[in-house]
Design a protein around this ligand. Sequence first.
Ligand code: HEM
Ligand SMILES: [Cu+2]
Length: 627
Amino acid sequence: MSTLAVHGHEVGQQDHDHEHHHHDTFITKYIFSQDHKMIAKQFLITGITMAVIAMLLSIMFRIQLAYPEKSFPLLETLLGRFAPEGKISPDFYLSLVTIHGTIMVFFVLTAGLSGTFSNLLIPLQIGARDMASPFLNMLSYWFFFLACTVMLSSFFVQKGPASGGWTIYPPLSALPKAMPGSGEGMTLWLISMVMFVASSLMGGINYVSTVLNMRTKGMDLWKMPLTIWAFFLTAILGVLAFPVLVAGVVLLIFDRSFGTSFYLSDIIVQGKVMPYEGGSPILFQHLFWFLGHPEVYIVIMPALGISSEVIATNSRKPIFGYHAMVYSLIGITVLSFIVWGHHMFVTGMNPFLGGVFMITTLIIAVPSAVKTFNYLATLWRGNLRFTPAMLFAIGLVSFFISGGLTGIFLGNAALDINLHDTYFVVAHFHLVMGSAAIFGMLAGVYHWFPKMFGRLMDEKLGYLHFWLTFIGAYLVFFPMHFMGLDGVPRRYYAFTEFESMKQWLSVNTFITWAAIMSAIAQLAFLFNFFYSIFFGKKATQNPWQSNTLEWTTPVERIHGNWPGEIPTVYRWPYDYSKPGAEEDFIPQTVPFSQTMSSNLPHDFEDNEAGLEAYAKWLKENKPKEEN
Ligand code: HEM
Ligand SMILES: [Cu+2]
């Protein structure tokens, strides 16, 4: 505090100093920062940039699907050899799908989402001055940045980026000569992914150790906000699952470059028998999906945590079933490791094994349903405030339901044999993972923008953004279910070659225009975001009247978060609208002794002195009330 006073006194001197040291402070403050709040912003801005790029890629391949016969000279101008005569080439089409999926899943929804909100909120909400290792945290961002750069650089190598789908199944990924996207592009994909996993592990280890070791006084596990529970369990998932992907990727690099055959056997290329023997491409699928399935929960759980927080705050109600929410997150974490085989029902696995994966898959629907039910029960009869963040959180619940239901169809081995690799799967995962997670992320951005930048985003633009995106997402993904039921396969460049699929052309054109509309709607967000950083309305300390610790830190953002001592925590984070309370929220830092009229017996669980004081207070005050 005293330094602040000094600043006030010697403004001139202070400004002068500032200019002199400006150069190295800029680097340490904005580039190689070790402050978790700045690293969160770095993740967010990189994530937004990658999302815009991935969105543009998808518009390009959607144009091919809508107008398979037409030529667009503009495309040739923009893409050169990738779009000869104004038509995207089939190879490049596959690359676009691949890189779109890779960027969205790993760089936007994993790093962009977890990296931003785990970094921002873990120290602030548990009452820590920073991450357990700020240095590792900084490295984690820079490995992520490198991974993005390497992935994008593959657009500039001769034959273009990888093109085996975001799951890079061998043999296409293992034989460098298999097709254009199996060459340098695939090598760059693999290098990028190793860097990305390194980044995720550094981040994850930091998150886990910070939550376990650095909680402030009073912040026991059952007083943590659901956001923290979600980030914590997500980090555990990542730390356990990502190394398996790296193992799979390293073996793939051996197959590509050193003549091993982990994933290959009996392959004939252009009449020549290749030397591989004894390997199996199915092994890669097992290794990939052992990460791949937990990965989809790595994507969705932080978004679920964010929406819990946003919905409770804006319903002005205690979260319904806090313990059930935590246990279902734990249940999802454990179960998500034993369902990966449901991505492999068509690989010819033993039907008994298929049955086992089917049962475990359907069991995971139970905790998912519990979470949905809890959201709805929290909203029920709440005193709802429809901020843009709240709308996006409710949007998440909607997508989670509509996309989750189709998971039950896909989880049935017998049904999945028909639906596998059709547009039905594309519809399923874009609703439940793509849209839901993006909406969770956007809810988080709108909700914590004042914490990040000290200003508010514009509400009207937020509403415009929400409605256009919400309607747009359903217009894009809902019709895909019917295409999938009719057997239209995913990743086909020229589906109109098949007489029976021609009838879907008009639907594809419709979807493409809906996608273009949703993409344009994002301009409302981008403008709002960047404009509000500089010119938004100044935010107050606790603009949403929230209970959690992050809103007790000063508006000017200092490294170390709290100027004096870190506040002590007394209660859980969801004390909204307690009967008898003077205001409709009671921050976690308010001791029970200050809110006698609104305490409940269970507030004093395991606290005998507290219970006694409460009983005494009741005895003294009850009669007065009755008079
Ligand atoms: C938390 C929400 C969920 C997310 C984020 C999610 C995400 C995904 C993704 C990304 C895929 C496609 C992978 C690919 O590219 O091939 C997928 C496929 C699948 N999902 Fe989900 N999912 C979720 C919930 C569920 C639920 C609750 C079930 C079952 C009850 C389920 C069952 C399946 C099945 C069986 C497939 C494989 C379909 C196939 O490839 O034929 N999912 N999911
Ligand atoms: Cu799965």
